[in-house]
Write a protein that binds this ligand. Structure first.
Ligand code: SAM
Length: 309
């Protein structure tokens, strides 16, 4: 049985809003002790995004089987392309990179918007459920847009179109071929699934660790909301997730879930204490800033909800 830590180290290949890189050190302190002891052999991440926790866990502990999932079809298409034809992707991205880096600032901007247009036009021609050659070009476009777009956001509007503006980076690293090859080696052993978080239950047993990192509940009505897709993750969705968490707890499995901490703005707001009553709730200090006024900025806390001690 292959073990993921036998391969060269692979890292997240996308910039992703809400990426967990900065919080990894703190999160690690709360992993179940059974992970180190080898009593956990499966890992599931139903809101995988750029996969910071996924890459960390499967390469640091004796995980044997793994499932990652996300409801964003474009994201899953890229994961599956890297799994199936990383060399094809590297070739196309290398062409884009060398062409792009040879352009002056104005032409780069023009090229970005033209690629964005091509990417959105191409969408209706894509069969998302069956790997085909066009996936390779689409993934190359997506990685290019992710590296050169504003803040590395991947935002889709209500029509499902990518609408992030140009990012103005001096020397963006568009292609990291070595990392993509290392990612591909790992992904060949991973089940990659498109769909809603509720579709992972059958993979979970009492030797499985599940990490949920859903879109965070906004701290206030007016807080900037990061839309990952055209489907809003509102309080009803948060409660649907809490019910699912409870169901999986009964089924067996070690569960970890991140979310925002409403107490940062309103100590009276016990939304998560109620929804996850009976589970262990810890507060981690994130470096994220929520205040636009620099003088009022400081660390804010985030929740980590576990079903083990
Ligand atoms: C906070 S991000 C995860 C960030 C990730 N931990 C990382 O390090 O990049 C939330 C992810 O949930 C996905 N998502 C939103 N609604 C979902 C749903 N109903 N089921 C599954 N995934 C969903 C989004 O597409 C997004 O990638």
């Amino acid at each position: 049985m292959p073990v993921f830590s036998d391969y060269p180290q692979a890292y997240p290949f996308l910039k992703w809003a809400g990426g967990k890189r900065q919080l990894l050190g703190q999160l690690e302190g709360y992993f179940p002790s059974q992970l180190e002891q080898g009593a956990i052999s499966r890992y599931v991440e139903p809101f995988v995004g750029s996969g910071a926790v996924f890459f960390k866990i499967i390469q640091s502990y004796p995980i044997q089987e793994c499932l990652i999932a996300d409801v964003n079809p474009e994201l899953i298409l890229v994961y599956q392309t890297i799994q199936k034809d990383v060399e094809g992707l590297i070739e196309q991205l290398a062409d884009i990179e060398s062409y792009y880096l040879g352009l002056d600032a104005a032409k780069r901007r023009e090229y970005y918007y033209q690629t964005r247009l091509n990417y959105n036009d191409q969408r209706r021609l894509i069969n998302f459920s069956k790997f085909q050659a066009t996936w390779i070009e689409r993934s190359a476009f997506m990685l290019f847009l992710n590296r050169t777009g504003y803040n590395g956001l991947f935002r889709l509007n209500s029509k499902g179109e990518f609408n992030v503006p140009f990012g103005r980076y001096k020397n963006p690293r568009i292609l990291d071929a070595e990392n993509l090859r290392n990612v591909s080696r790992l992904l060949k052993l991973v089940r990659i699934q498109f769909g809603d978080f509720e579709q992972v239950a059958e993979f979970i047993d009492d030797k499985t660790l599940v990490y949920f990192d859903p879109p965070y509940r906004p701290l206030s009505e007016t807080a900037h909301f990061t839309a990952y897709s055209h489907i809003r993750f509102d309080d009803r969705q948060q409660l649907r997730l809490a019910r699912y968490y409870r169901q999986l707890d009964k089924q067996g499995g070690f569960l970890m879930l991140s979310n925002s901490d409403p107490h940062n703005l309103n100590p009276e707001d016990d939304f998560f204490e109620k929804a996850y009553q009976g589970f262990r709730i810890e507060r981690l200090q994130a470096k994220r800033n929520i205040n636009r006024n620099p003088e009022k900025r400081g660390p804010i806390s985030e929740l980590l909800i576990m079903n083990y001690s």
